[in-house]
Ligand binder design. Structure first.
Ligand SMILES: NC(=O)c1ccc[n+]([C@@H]2O[C@H](COP(=O)([O-])OP(=O)(O)OC[C@H]3O[C@@H](n4cnc5c(N)ncnc54)[C@H](OP(=O)(O)O)[C@@H]3O)[C@@H](O)[C@H]2O)c1
Length: 277
């Protein structure tokens, strides 16, 4: 089995290159920068090529470029895809890339996927992986791919691209948004080093979120916020809720605050209970 990784010189592309090599597969990497291609060839001993030649020589194709570059790549390679080939993408949004693949790739099988982990992940075991097949051919391949991942103890979910993007507004967009705003708040209103020395459990959790988000690639974070279709609704609602809670505090209405908190706790408890039932 030979896999072509388009954008294999990037963070996730490099991760998947190592992963497939460890699985005993052949990997051919393409990317924009000759320098980065030569570097990965030197480090991992993989074949390198331009996008079209990588596609031509592979059984499977994994597109690992940013959403902004995705359509250009598909436009470049689509006429070289053979009927026996599978083309997968790993974009963090799914409706747009799946639509683009369907629009251009008329031969072969396509599949939208989203690994729910980043390039620093050391072990795929217990990681979440989402597959978004939309027709019978894709569903058949997704079933096989799911089985292969599950043999490696990966948690695989199958859903529509739309459902994926709705969920990601909360699962990725909101924590990134909160983490970024928390960073911006803390660096502007407290002495971070001083607060760290006296941190309790909840502050340590908050800092962990802020630092995790701050360690991400700003281009990737910006791309997520600009491309998740429902993210503004979720984040807008969060801002409205923040104002609502802040107003209760400004009014010094202790009873209202505690009552609101009891309602939230009870609802959260019910959700937790129904999940564990
Ligand atoms: N980072 C994460 O935590 C994460 C997690 C899950 C999924 N994803 C998804 O994975 C994808 C890649 O993310 P990443 O973080 O690996 O980004 P990245 O580090 O910027 O890598 C993208 C790679 O694509 C290459 N590229 C861009 N246009 C190209 C073209 N026309 N032909 C060939 N190669 C091209 C880039 O080359 P240059 O270096 O020359 O620009 C770069 O090497 C994104 O769609 C992202 O949403 C990311």
């Amino acid at each position: 089995m030979k896999v072509a990784i388009i954008g294999g010189t990037g963070k996730m592309g490099r991760w998947f290159t190592k992963f497939f090599l460890d699985e005993g597969m052949q990997v051919i990497v393409s990317g924009r920068s000759k320098e980065k291609l030569l570097k990965i060839k030197g480090e991992l001993g993989v074949e390198i090529a331009d996008n079209v030649n990588a596609v031509k020589s592979a059984d499977r194709v994994l597109i690992s470029v940013s959403i902004e570059n995705f359509e250009n790549v598909v436009r470049e390679i689509h006429s070289h895809i053979r009927p026996d080939q599978v083309v997968m993408d790993i974009c963090s949004v799914k409706e747009f890339p799946v639509k683009v693949m369907h629009e251009y790739i008329k031969t072969g099988t396509t599949l939208g996927t989203h690994p729910m982990f980043g390039p620093r992940t050391e072990n795929i075991q217990n990681q979440n992986f989402i597959l978004t097949p939309t027709n019978n051919k894709e569903r058949r391949f997704a079933k096989d791919f799911k089985g292969w991942l599950e043999e490696k103890q990966v948690n695989v979910s199958i859903m529509s691209p739309r459902k994926h993007d709705e969920l990601m507004s909360a699962v990725l967009g909101l924590p990134h948004f909160i983490g970024t705003v928390v960073c911006d708040t803390l660096i502007n209103c407290v002495d971070l080093a001083e607060t760290k020395r006296v941190a309790g459990t909840s502050y340590k959790l908050l800092l962990k979120l802020a630092e995790t988000v701050a360690s991400q690639d700003p281009e990737f974070c910006a791309s997520l916020q600009m491309n998740l279709p429902k993210v503004e609704n979720v984040e807008g609602f969060f801002c409205e809720k923040s104002i609502e809670w802040l107003n209760t505090i400004k009014q010094k209405d202790k009873t209202a605050f505690a009552d609101k908190m009891r309602v939230v706790k009870a609802k959260l408890g019910k959700i937790g209970a129904s999940r564990s039932a």
